[in-house]
Write a protein that binds this ligand. Structure first.
Ligand SMILES: Cc1cc2nc3c(=O)[nH]c(=O)nc-3n(C[C@H](O)[C@H](O)[C@H](O)COP(=O)(O)O)c2cc1C
Length: 404
């Protein structure tokens, strides 16, 4: 992705399905919408439509072989992956879905997709039975969970003679989705986002602590997605076992007091603060420098109250930064979220009900986006999708504040 380039690039991957001819219409539509389009095809796709067709439509070379001689010295699948603001696979075969779900990269198209940091939209097309097979559906779920965006195939008469699900979605619908992703791809450019994530651990002695159940997955997904959309991102995280997201400043802390110091050190420069950390409300009032022996166990642990970092940030904020909080509740979720919104002077609260199965250590969650005048209930979604939806709302708040 090249932030200096005005015109955005969409890489269209065409695979070996009977709907490949519809990719011609998609390519033309994307070009009409002002995108530069580069096409990559599988060998099988070239049996259905020739590379010459796409070359003529786009005015760009069409990539088919990993081993072709390239005019410039760059490795082609890597340069293509880097150029892509969005990758669209249309039509996408059952075979390519299966390969991508397993991280395979044995041709130009799958290698480019694996190398790409850009969002990938998949528009599957295949025979109904192939689409309905549990293995295909499992592969689709695996890719969805990794943030691939699927455009469901339509129902109707299929080229193979069957009637049912499996038809490539309308090219205009695919182009709409690509355009929306392309807009997202840069909508946080120039914005500094500060994210807090994970639990805090409050030590009792060198080996024991008070903490809470938080995996940090949501905060990490938000940081990763914000960076992908062009933001400068600082992620202050408590102890979690997640790797650093690409292109993000990561500050690893242990306690609430350390988290407060790290967050405040970055607050001045931040345009947006998203506080997803589950900060421990209390810490042991005293810390034993040596391990407390079992035989010396105290009858009670005296607790001291930890600072409410988000409330302090809300107080320090002069209306400049957009503040987003999280509220994990077990009842009256929206009512508590509204209270939190007002009390801490927040712009948005992401509320979730942790009384059931979902929440702390799961891949998915069900949230309500609560602002002063709305409460949007969302279905159960992957945490990466929640991150994307949250940042859609944050990007809208950022542009509304800029317009003021
Ligand atoms: C006439 C014909 C039409 C086909 N249409 C489809 C299709 O719509 N979807 C699909 O998943 N596979 C389809 N296939 C099977 C794929 O071409 C085959 O799985 C091939 O290996 C896919 O290669 P690729 O995934 O690398 O493009 C079709 C095969 C033939 C011969």
């Amino acid at each position: 992705m090249n932030p200096k380039r005005e015109q955005q690039t969409i890489v269209v991957g065409v695979t070996g399905g009977i709907g490949a001819y519809k990719a011609c219409e998609l390519v033309r539509d994307l070009m009409r919408r002002g995108f530069r389009v580069k096409v990559v095809m599988t060998e099988a796709a070239t049996r259905f439509v020739t590379p010459l067709t796409f070359r003529t439509l786009t005015g760009e070379p069409v990539a088919v072989s990993l081993w072709a001689d390239e005019p410039d010295s760059r490795v082609h699948h890597i340069s293509l992956a880097e150029e892509a603001d969005v990758v669209v696979l249309a039509p996408c075969t059952a075979n390519v879905i299966a390969k991508l779900a397993h991280g395979r990269a044995d041709d130009m198209l799958t290698t480019t997709v694996l190398a790409a940091e850009a969002p990938v939209i998949v528009a599957p097309a295949m025979n109904t039975h192939m689409w309905r097979k549990d293995i295909t559906q499992a592969n689709v779920s695996a890719l969805r969970a990794r943030g691939f965006v699927f455009i469901e195939p339509g129902k109707g008469a299929l080229a193979c003679g069957d009637v049912g699900e499996g038809r490539l979605a309308d090219p205009a619908t695919i182009a709409d989705a690509a355009e929306a992703e392309a807009r997202r791809a840069r909508d946080l450019a120039g914005v500094h986002v500060l994210v807090t994530a994970g639990p805090t651990h409050e030590p009792l002695d060198p080996v024991r602590f008070i903490g809470n159940r938080s995996s940090g997955k949501t905060g990490f997904a938000i940081a990763e997605e914000a960076a992908r959309r062009g933001a400068r991102v600082s992620l202050v995280t408590g102890p979690v076992s997640l790797p650093d997201p690409f292109g993000v400043e990561v500050v690893r802390v242990t306690t609430a007091l350390q988290m407060r110091a790290a967050a405040f050190a970055r607050f001045e420069a931040a345009d947006v603060v998203i506080a997803s950390a589950a900060v421990a409300d209390f810490r042991p009032a005293t810390f034993a420098s040596g391990k407390i022996k079992k035989s010396d166990a105290p009858d009670a642990v005296v607790l001291a109250r930890n600072p409410d970092i988000l409330a302090e940030l809300g107080e320090a904020n002069d209306g400049r930064a957009i503040l987003v909080g999280f509220a994990a509740e077990t009842s009256d979720v929206v009512a508590y979220a509204r209270e939190k919104l007002a009390a801490k002077r927040l712009d948005l609260v992401v509320a979730n009900d942790v009384s059931g199965e979902l929440g702390f250590e799961t891949e998915e969650n069900r949230v309500v986006f609560v602002s002063a005048d709305s409460a949007e209930e969302r279905p159960v979604l992957d945490k990466r999708v929640i991150a994307r939806e949250l940042l859609d709302r944050v990007a809208a708040l950022v542009s509304a504040r800029k317009a003021r």
